[in-house]
Write a new protein. Structure first.
Length: 218
């Protein structure tokens, strides 16, 4: 089995969603002083490659720790939308027609993965604008797919960063799906269907959590 790591490293100075704080690492114990090494890590729950729970948007909705672990792994189908990528400040949309065309392939799948190509801009200011996002009609088409657990993307969000209403988040999370953001290395997968595992940290009442997302290939 080949395993492709789809997760960004969590480290100080990494890109984070505008308005939030980056992770902080502090040396709590050292080998020289204490005989073992341990760090205090402080970070937002949506840092790096992470998963959004319905509780991220809706009060009283399911948090990640209330979902069975089986929801976080399964067959994934890639929808390649790199041709739609726009210039900084543009927000190209993925419409219902593109999603409807791939729906037959989603039978029995757990995840739809949007390959925007925007991981190429990780660490650059333009990472936060110009990536394709679903429109509301496309999101509604996805939540109608039986058995679909979630939508994943190689960009900072499934909505434009300047969106205050977060309509795609609301459609997907409102239907009980999860969202995985900030994937990387989709080019290394080499196929448009694969087994995806993205297990979040088991944080209590988790509105979101970092994940170690991997592609499992024969």
């Amino acid at each position: 089995m080949k395993v492709v790591d789809l997760s960004h490293s969590i480290e100080p100075g990494m890109p984070v969603y505008p308005g939030t704080e980056g992770p902080r690492f502090e040396r709590a114990n050292t080998i020289e002083r204490d005989g073992f090494a341990e760090r205090l890590v402080t970070m937002y729950s949506h840092t790096g490659t992470h998963m959004d729970a319905p509780a991220h948007i809706f009060p009283g909705a399911a948090s990640l720790d209330r979902l069975p672990a089986g929801r976080f792994a399964g067959r994934a189908v890639i929808l390649d939308v790199r041709s739609l990528a726009g210039a900084p400040g543009a927000w190209p949309r993925i419409g219902a027609a593109a999603v409807s065309a791939i729906v037959p392939r989603l039978a029995g799948a757990a995840f739809l993965v949007l390959r925007t190509g925007w991981e190429a801009h990780w660490g650059e200011p333009r990472y936060f604008e110009g990536f394709p996002t679903l429109d509301e009609a496309a999101a509604r088409a996805l939540v109608a797919v039986p058995g679909l657990s979630g939508v994943a993307v190689d960009a900072i969000s499934v909505d434009p960063v300047d969106s205050r209403e977060l309509p795609v988040h609301r459609v997907l999370l409102g239907a009980g799906l999860v969202i995985v953001e900030n994937l990387r290395s989709l080019a290394e997968v080499g196929t448009d269907e694969f087994d995806l595992a993205c297990l979040p940290l088991p944080l209590a009442e988790a509105d979101g959590a970092p994940v170690r997302a991997v592609a499992l290939l024969p």
